[in-house]
Design a protein around this ligand. Structure first.
Ligand SMILES: Nc1ncnc2c1ncn2[C@@H]1O[C@H](COP(=O)(O)OP(=O)(O)OP(=O)(O)O)[C@@H](O)[C@H]1O
Length: 587
């Protein structure tokens, strides 16, 4: 696999992403070549027109108006055709490029759902967002130069040089001498600009991440009077972005004036030499004109090639970033079909599964956080896991959802090791409610249905989830748009929507991770009641700090420092007089 950041790799990779039909590619190339040929023929005709005028005014036979008219009409037709070819080629290319970019975005969106949790934990959010948006667009800017502008400019260079040599080898040598100088200057500038461009993108991503974080924690920042800290961080990043943008643009900005200066010197030399040759009679005025015009075309072709070097550099940096995401390893076996509900095609509900943890040990990095954890959650029962902060309770739920694999030991669902099942399969028919109810921006109906439930299931979820009254009070009822930052619903009400989603999905496995800990007593009661209806149709794992919640479970597992220290029913554990009883304040 090519290195995503190597100078050659990303360009070839980016071109590999193109979705051009052969016909479109041929049409674009033919139009581009025709436009390039037209722009070379134009100056030749201009020279011929000048010669006709010179001969007509200095000769004896007078001005040949018919030939002059013919040449002028042909030249006008060529310029119109060049404009038409260039415009059409641009349109065809744009549509093709945009289609390719849309396809690339689709691939990235798909990839985001297949990346392992660990990737998101170790990647800065802003960097990821800019890879998915700005970098994708910027990467596309290399396509037109690489496919069209660079080849046509090279073609122009070759043809113009050849014609220049035919007209006058001396003038051709003068014009050509400027090309390596221009190319050298451009390469030097591009080399200096590249690290500055990298820095500019990195800082833009960091700034985007900071703003995103600032917006999502706006209330907390204000409540804790921490706006100043956020402002300072913003200022640091903003200054860095200013510096890197200024430096990169300054470096890039030197290229234009440098090339203009080289151009001016060449122009003066050609004008002097050409003029002397015309006076000596070694060259016609028209040919001298063509030589000067061609030398300008030659320099402008070198100049635009140099300009594209910089554009291509920037695009390659972006292509490398996009490629990095697409080439990340997928979460293992995440490609299987995902069915969110436990209802079989026939409408009959499958029996909730038995879940068995056998000697499960796990380490996020080096330090083990779970040590030989074993317990069984029988089919259709509820097991509560209690334990102090950092004991490893949430880690257990992460392993059950196959976000990570146990370092040793196994977790089996109905006798099948989840390592063999694959992540998507494991999560089929599994629902999770955490302390933070997550809602996406959309109607309450869509938040409950989440693409799976039908009208009947939504109605049932509203009723059983105690949401009917709350939804009725919303301005557009069930069609009211809500979201994570929405002010329409309180946190407790959002939690009820999350619970209603679970009811509508009819999961076979339910994970409640501190699901009611942020709710007030009344909402907690409503959530408990709503979830009780699911009790017998699901196998439930409850993570809780509240002993009253744990007491309702069929079985309680007490976890301390990653080890199971007690396991039994509420009554059994109270009678045992151990950790659980102490937590309940009984002993
Ligand atoms: N993504 C992670 N990367 C590295 N270490 C982690 C990660 N998540 C949790 N840990 C560590 O693993 C240990 C167990 O964390 P876990 O979240 O499972 O505890 P918990 O019992 O759920 O705690 P709490 O009751 O506070 O939610 C802690 O020491 C924690 O710092």
């Amino acid at each position: 696999m090519a290195d995503g950041t190597s100078p050659q790799g990303p360009l070839r990779w980016m071109l590999g992403q193109l979705r051009f039909s052969r016909r479109r590619a041929l049409a674009v190339s033919a139009l581009a070549i025709a436009a390039a040929v037209g722009s070379v023929v134009g100056p030749l005709l201009f020279g011929a027109i000048t010669n006709v005028i010179v001969e007509g005014t200095t000769g004896t036979s007078g001005l040949d108006w018919s030939r002059l008219g013919q040449l002028l009409v042909i030249q006008a037709a060529i310029y119109v055709a060049v404009a038409g070819f260039t415009g059409l080629q641009g349109q065809l290319l744009t549509v093709g490029v945009q289609r390719s970019i849309a396809h690339l975005r689709e691939r990235i969106e798909d990839k985001v759902h297949r990346l392992p949790l660990r990737y998101f934990e170790t990647t800065q959010r802003g960097a990821l967002v800019s890879k998915l948006t700005a970098h994708t667009d910027n990467a596309a800017t290399v396509i037109a130069p690489v496919l069209i502008t660079v080849p046509t400019n090279l073609l122009t260079l070759v043809v113009v040089t050849a014609v220049l040599f035919l007209i006058s080898p001396l003038l051709a040598m003068v014009a050509l001498a400027a090309a390596p100088v221009s190319a050298f200057v451009s390469t030097m500038v591009a080399r200096r600009a590249r690290p500055l461009l990298e820095d500019r993108w990195t800082t833009t991503a960091a700034l985007a991440g900071h703003v995103e974080e600032e917006l999502s924690t706006r209330r907390m920042l204000q409540a804790n009077g921490a706006e100043q800290v956020a402002l300072q961080r913003f200022d640091v990043l903003n200054d860095r972005l200013f510096d890197s943008t200024r430096s990169s643009q300054w470096v890039a900005g030197t290229l234009g004036p440098l090339l203009t200066a080289i151009n001016a010197v060449v122009f003066v030399i050609l004008a002097v030499f050409g003029g002397m040759m015309v006076v000596d009679g070694r060259l016609s005025l028209g040919a001298a004109q063509v030589a000067v015009l061609f030398s300008q075309q030659l320099i402008s072709a070198v100049r635009s090639l140099a300009g594209f070097v910089q554009k291509i550099q920037s695009g390659m940096v972006s292509a490398g970033k996009v490629r990095e995401v697409l080439e990340e390893a997928d979460e293992e076996d995440s490609g299987r079909e995902f069915a969110a509900s436990g209802v079989e095609s026939g409408g009959r509900h499958r029996r909730p599964p038995e879940i068995v943890f056998t000697d499960v040990s796990f380490a996020y990095q080096d330090a083990e956080v779970l040590h030989s954890v074993s317990f069984t959650i029988p089919s259709g029962t509820t097991t509560a896991v209690v334990g102090s902060t950092g004991a490893g309770k949430t880690t257990l739920t992460n392993l059950l959802q196959a976000f990570y694999r146990p370092t040793s030991g196994s977790i089996a669902i109905d006798g099948e090791d989840i390592a063999a099942l694959g992540a998507r399969e494991v999560r089929t028919g599994m629902a999770v409610v955490t302390q933070d109810p997550w809602l996406f921006t959309g109607a309450v109906r869509d938040n409950i249905a989440y693409g799976n439930a039908d009208e009947e299931a939504i109605r049932r979820a509203l009723r059983d989830g105690h949401l009917e009254q709350i939804v009725a009070a919303l301005p557009q009822g069930i069609d009211t748009v809500v979201g994570q930052e929405s002010e329409n619903l309180s946190t407790g009400e959002k939690q009820l929507v999350a619970v209603a989603r679970v009811i509508a999905a009819s999961p076979r496995i339910l994970i409640l991770d501190e699901a009611t800990s942020a709710a007030d007593p009344r909402t907690e009661l409503l959530i408990q009641r709503a979830l009780n209806r699911l009790r017998r149709s699901t196998t439930t794992l409850v993570i809780t700090h509240r002993m009253a919640t744990a007491a309702l479970a069929d079985q309680i597992v007490v976890l301390e420092d990653g080890r199971v220290v007690e396991c039994g029913t509420h009554t059994e554990l109270l009678a045992a007089g151990g950790t659980y009883a102490r937590r309940c304040g009984v002993v």
